[in-house]
Design a protein. Structure first.
Length: 396
């Protein structure tokens, strides 16, 4: 056998092996799969997942973006002049009402108080002498004109001395108050902000300089606005009980469950420029989930709707004629137009050509048309794989 003959046989064997491989792949691609079986007419049945249409109570949810704001902010300012001797707290610290924050130098006021107390002691001694004279001249008042005159003078001296004593006591009380103000305390429970002043700084009452801020963290407020069309629902909910309707808030970047509070404020007027009404909700904030100045997603629930028809939100489709869903009926997909009323969590409240118990297609609706054959996909059935043609498989 010549060399050319052997080469021809090798090429022939390779061509036969390649043809057999392509024939095997074509047969494998044509074989039925669990996700896409063929009907009697030869058309494939699309595997889909369905869920029943439900009728029942669902909350009405009004969603908005909100801003966390503190219920109160107190700026700590000096009430007397003095040099800061001690700073007893740290920036960002939680403080209780009455906790000491700063200590000012009060030695000058203490010296003034000592002087005033000495003056008060002297004037009290004079008052005692004048009162003794008054008693003495009172016993002689009936013995003539001179005795009456001395009695009236003694009476006036005693009254004047008593007034001087009261003035001394007021001055001493004022100085004691100034000494007390040298110890600056927290006026409410909250979290401290930045402390711009340190020991050694001199502060004056007249300069009105803020030494610190205290922000109330618990409870805390969230302010938000909703369209004015919800005003009737909100007013009805506010009038329905002592507590306002439920409000849930969740920071935009947080995956934690939302915090639940109550609506406490409805503005007295609608904003004519935006067509919205301003609201506020109060939240218990211990432990701290909401931070002042933080943006949050807000959900207001004014009431429960008792008889709502709902489907999973994933079942809703949008077409040129509006929204619709596919229901599975007699192993076929049937298109039903619906009107979206609102969304509540993962479910959509709708009106239209569906009723309770209908099974809407949740997964696979993009691959079917009205009247297409469908089959319920079980939990163990994978979706139909994408098949490649012979040209795509070989890269030609």
């Amino acid at each position: 056998m010549g060399r050319s003959t052997r080469l021809f046989l090798v090429v022939l064997l390779l061509a036969g092996a390649g043809g057999g491989w392509f024939w095997y792949k074509e047969r494998e691609a044509a074989a039925p799969t669990p996700a896409a079986t063929r009907s009697r007419g030869g058309m494939p049945s699309v595997a889909v997942a369905t869920e029943p249409v439900q009728r029942g109570a669902l909350p009405i949810e009004i969603t908005a973006n909100g801003l966390v704001v503190p219920e109160a902010v107190v700026t700590v300012r000096p009430r007397v002049d003095g040099q800061i001797e001690q700073v007893l707290v740290q920036e960002g610290q939680m403080v209780e009402k009455g906790d000491p924050l700063f200590i000012l130098d009060s030695r000058l006021n203490q010296a003034i108080l000592a002087q005033q107390e000495a003056q008060l002691a002297r004037d009290r001694a004079l008052l005692q002498r004048y009162q003794s004279d008054l008693v003495r001249y009172q016993s002689l008042r009936g013995e003539g004109y001179t005795a009456q005159q001395r009695f009236e003078q003694a009476q006036a001296d005693a009254a004047s001395a008593a007034a001087v004593v009261r003035a001394d006591e007021a001055l001493a009380s004022q100085t004691r108050l100034a000494i007390e103000f040298a110890s600056i305390r927290a006026e409410m429970t909250g979290r401290l902000g930045a402390l711009p002043l340190r020991p050694g700084n001199f502060v004056r009452q007249a300069e009105n300089v803020g030494m610190a801020t205290i922000t109330r963290i618990d409870p805390i407020l969230v302010q938000f606005s909703v369209p004015e069309r919800w005003l009737g629902e909100i007013r009805t909910a506010m009038a329905g009980g002592e507590e306002g309707p439920i409000v849930r808030a969740q920071p935009a970047e947080s995956s934690a469950p939302p915090v639940e509070g109550r609506l406490v404020f409805v503005d007295s007027a609608v904003d004519t420029q935006t067509g919205t009404i301003a609201l506020k909700a109060r939240f218990a904030n211990d432990p701290v989930h909401l931070w002042p100045g933080q943006f949050v997603r807000v959900t207001l629930i004014p009431r429960m709707e008792a008889d709502a028809i709902s489907v999973p939100s994933a079942a809703l489709q949008v077409g040129q004629q509006g929204r619709y869903v596919f229901i599975m009926q007699d192993s076929q997909a049937r298109r039903r137009p619906v009107e979206l009323v609102r969304v509540s969590g993962s479910r959509a409240v709708v009106r239209g050509g569906i009723s309770e118990g209908d099974r809407v297609i949740v997964e696979g609706a993009q691959r079917v048309a009205d009247g297409a054959r469908v089959v319920e996909r079980g939990p163990e059935t994978p979706p139909a794989p994408q098949r490649l043609s012979q040209a795509e498989a070989t890269g030609r």
